[in-house]
Design a protein around this ligand. Sequence first.
Ligand SMILES: [Cu+2]
Length: 187
Amino acid sequence: MNRFRVLLFVLLLLGLVVGCSSGTTTSGKMEVQDAWGRTSPMAAQNGAFYMNLVNNSSEDDALKSASTDACDVVELHEMYMMENDVMGMRPVQGGEIPVPSGQTVELKPGGLHVMCIGKTADFNVGDKYTLNLEFAKAGSMAVTVDIRETGEMPANMNMEGMNNNDGMGNMEQNGEDMGNMNSGNGG
Ligand SMILES: [Cu+2]
């Protein structure tokens, strides 16, 4: 009896972990993975949301529109090269983002994105907003957008590298100082 309960508990935990870490929402055979947006203060009037759209069905589909309480207006945008090699953005051609059968379409910085015009709140790290997506075939889907820090660079790496380089010449001296301090501050 006890073992059975433990087993149940472990299975339950596993289920929770898997459930939490996936960040995937499905409707029929359309899958939306990892929806996120950048952190930005209220002073920044606009924002953008990114995600992967995975079409596991045998039919081509398309994202037609999106809406959320977090923005006054939501548009589907793409980046493009303007004159003079300057990147600009504009509503997607045809008014929708095609998601062909069996393919994954990435909405990411520098490319396709869900444009949030007129933010209604600060976007703080850890905030979550519900974004409603409307697909031609898969219909409506509500996904959760996680607000994150810009980029995913390991912030510590540069710092550590700099310390090591700076430390090369002083290494021995530092070592001696450390030793002296340790013995001196013994009490
Ligand atoms: Cu945009």
